[in-house]
Design a protein around this ligand. Structure first.
Ligand SMILES: CCCCCCCCCCCCCCCCCCCCCCCCCCCC(=O)SCCNC(=O)CCNC(=O)[C@H](O)C(C)(C)COP(=O)(O)OP(=O)(O)OC[C@H]1O[C@@H](n2cnc3c(N)ncnc32)[C@H](O)[C@@H]1OP(=O)(O)O
Ligand SMILES: NC(=O)C1=CN([C@@H]2O[C@H](COP(=O)(O)OP(=O)(O)OC[C@H]3O[C@@H](n4cnc5c(N)ncnc54)[C@H](OP(=O)(O)O)[C@@H]3O)[C@@H](O)[C@H]2O)C=CC1
Length: 515
């Protein structure tokens, strides 16, 4: 019997960010391994015209939850969606709901955040810092609370090269920033933001670092742990391999590469690609929840959920495997054949952007215009290049994350728990994982049918022929222009023609002699 699964039985669990990528996989695993849990409270806001109930219904009826429905048929009754907006005072939760949360919650998993790199400082602080403080305040009023698990990111200290499982101080006190945002207007905030974030690459990582400091400062006598995942990728094993449902991190670039939009990337091939499967992160989260509640460590422990120091893979290996998978399982209606290279040189990168990205987009838009359609490719291309440039910081550097606490926890688990809540990335086979990942992007994110693969392959063949035809035509045009304008080009041309003529005459004469 799994001790961790048994621990969550009968518990009331509060999850923020349950509608996000990590939150959904966390709920799925909880329901599947501890179907006798009492209730999962989720703080949700209405979004995209959907009510809370519609959002929950959609999640529970997705492919991800298929296995849960077999193990826990009454899952609908065990999930309680509470209206909340984490960027509002008291999260805009009703008095009754707040009372219920305060009196019943046993465990908190705080996943909600804005993960946009380009968010405004005001909004990112509201969500990643102030909301964390507010939730800790709520937690301190929960008599039954056993553990508070805060999800941060391994990149919260990406201004350092070696990162230990400790909370590092930030140059500016979070409280000072929270207070100053109350009276500064938006224009001034955006002006001072670059000065505040110093050597952090974006607002996201900076505010996540502030969030950790808040956790340390406001921990009071709570049982708290922080988990820092690196780049969270598709599921490795559970509930099935390759599940993914958003375009963050590598996902958008994998699609852009598979559709033939992105054919070169400013990346350092040997830099470590620190991906971590989402189910591995979730298993660690549940193990940490159990350990924090049962063993009650004296201080706030930080756990790194990273792969680089235990089972490293670099961007070259990853890129090659992504492309190899697209050879076997192409995406539908590609713009060009998937082909790409990584370059760490600025000049080469600019060159490839002009030749491989912008030029084909402009040519395609001309074609759309000529055929009476609305041009759109340049816009799409600009968006992809903007996204790629935002991610560049992370694919041109390597970090070392120590994992003492994570390894310590692994050794504390029973063999059964190590199996059911496996977070040992040493067992991960990267080639197999990446293949399933790419397949998952095609099936679950793009919702493409596997039956369409032969047609997709046929389409790629047509693209290859168009490519050859285009290159030949281009060569002939350039050559013709050269011959018309340059004596030297004419001489070379006559030399080639006469050489070919002589070769053919010799070949014909020798074959006549043999007869
Ligand atoms: C040496 C030889 C080698 C040979 C082999 C070479 C082979 C190469 C093949 C290439 C294959 C590539 C495969 C490898 C992939 C490597 C990529 C690695 C990426 C690494 C990422 C590291 C990130 C780590 C950070 C830390 C992790 C975290 O803690 S949190 C999660 C990270 N957060 C995010 O990822 C959020 C990032 N997104 C944003 O901040 C914003 O979306 C944006 C700023 C990027 C864009 O904002 P904007 O307002 O302009 O746009 P938005 O409204 O959001 O969207 C507009 C349209 O753009 C689409 N979109 C959005 N995001 C992405 C995206 N990530 N990728 C692609 N497209 C995106 C979006 O859908 C919108 O489209 P429309 O709706 O159609 O308009
Ligand atoms: N994905 C990754 O690569 C990594 C993620 N992390 C961390 O993991 C956690 C989860 O990330 P992930 O699941 O990928 O992110 P998502 O963007 O998928 O999910 C974010 C969640 O936060 C919720 N949220 C955002 N704003 C509000 C708000 N104002 N009120 C209520 N809820 C809100 C979202 O709700 P809604 O659906 O309504 O928008 C959503 O459920 C974050 O803390 C992130 O920093 C760490 C490292 C890597």
């Amino acid at each position: 019997m799994s001790m961790i699964a048994a621990f969550y039985g009968g518990k009331s669990i509060l999850i923020t960010g349950a509608t996000g990528f990590l939150g959904k996989v966390l709920m799925e695993k909880l329901f599947r391994t501890s179907p006798d849990l009492k209730v999962i409270y989720i703080l949700v806001r209405p979004k995209a015209g959907q009510t809370l109930q519609q959002r929950v219904f959609q999640i529970l009826n997705s492919k991800l939850f298929e296995k849960v429905k077999e193990v826990c048929p009454n899952v609908h009754e065990k999930i309680r969606a509470i209206y909340a907006d984490l960027s509002q005072n008291d999260f805009a939760i009703s008095k009754e709901d707040m009372q219920e949360l305060l009196s019943c919650t046993n465990i908190i998993f705080h996943c909600a955040a804005t993960v946009r790199f380009d968010d405004t400082l005001r909004h990112a602080v509201q969500l990643n810092v102030t909301a964390t403080r507010q939730l800790l305040l709520m937690a301190s009023q929960m008599p039954k609370l056993e553990a508070f698990i805060h999800i941060s990111t391994a990149y919260s200290n990406c201004n350092l090269k070696h990162i230990d499982e400790v909370i590092y101080p930030c140059p500016v006190e979070p409280k000072k920033i929270i207070d100053s945002l109350e009276w500064l207007d938006d224009a001034i905030i955006e002006e001072i933001a670059p000065k505040l974030i110093r050597d952090w690459p974006n607002i996201y990582t900076y505010t996540k670092a502030l969030g950790e400091m808040v956790v340390q400062q406001e921990s009071r006598n709570l049982n708290i742990a922080i988990i820092r995942p690196s780049i969270v990728g598709a599921t490795w094993q559970e509930p099935f391999p390759g599940w993914v449902d958003n375009i963050n991190g590598p996902n958008g670039l994998i699609i852009a590469a598979g559709k033939g939009f992105l054919r070169a990337l400013k990346a350092t091939p040997k830099a470590v690609a620190d991906l971590i499967p989402v189910d591995t992160v979730v298993n660690l989260m549940l193990a940490v929840g159990w350990y924090t509640a049962v063993h009650r460590p004296k201080s706030t422990l930080v756990y790194h959920s990273t792969s680089g120091n235990l089972n490293p893979c670099n961007w070259h290996k990853m890129g090659v495997q992504v492309l190899a998978t697209f050879e076997k399982i192409p995406l539908e209606r590609a713009f060009r054949r998937p082909y790409a290279n990584f370059t760490s040189n600025n000049f080469t990168s600019q060159y490839w952007n002009a030749v491989s990205h912008r030029a084909p987009a402009i040519i395609y838009d001309c074609y759309l215009r000529l055929t009476g359609r609305k041009p759109r490719m340049t816009k799409v291309m600009n968006q992809i290049l903007r996204t790629a440039s935002m991610l560049e910081y992370f694919i041109n550097r390597s970090w070392e994350w120590s994992t003492y606490n994570t390894e310590m926890l692994m050794s504390e688990l029973s063999p059964e728990d190590q199996r059911v809540f496996n977070f040992d990335v040493r067992q991960l086979n990267w080639l197999e994982y990446i293949e399933n990942y790419v397949l998952g992007v095609k099936k679950y994110l793009l919702k493409e049918d596997m039956a369409g693969i032969p047609e997709a392959k046929q389409h790629l063949k047509r693209l290859r022929n168009i490519h050859y035809l285009f290159n030949t035509a281009l060569f002939l045009i350039v050559w013709r222009l050269l011959i018309a304008r340059s004596q030297m080009a004419r001489n070379v041309w006559f030399f080639i023609v006469s050489f070919c003529y002589k070769f053919l005459s010799y070949f014909r004469a020798s074959s006549t002699l043999k007869v």
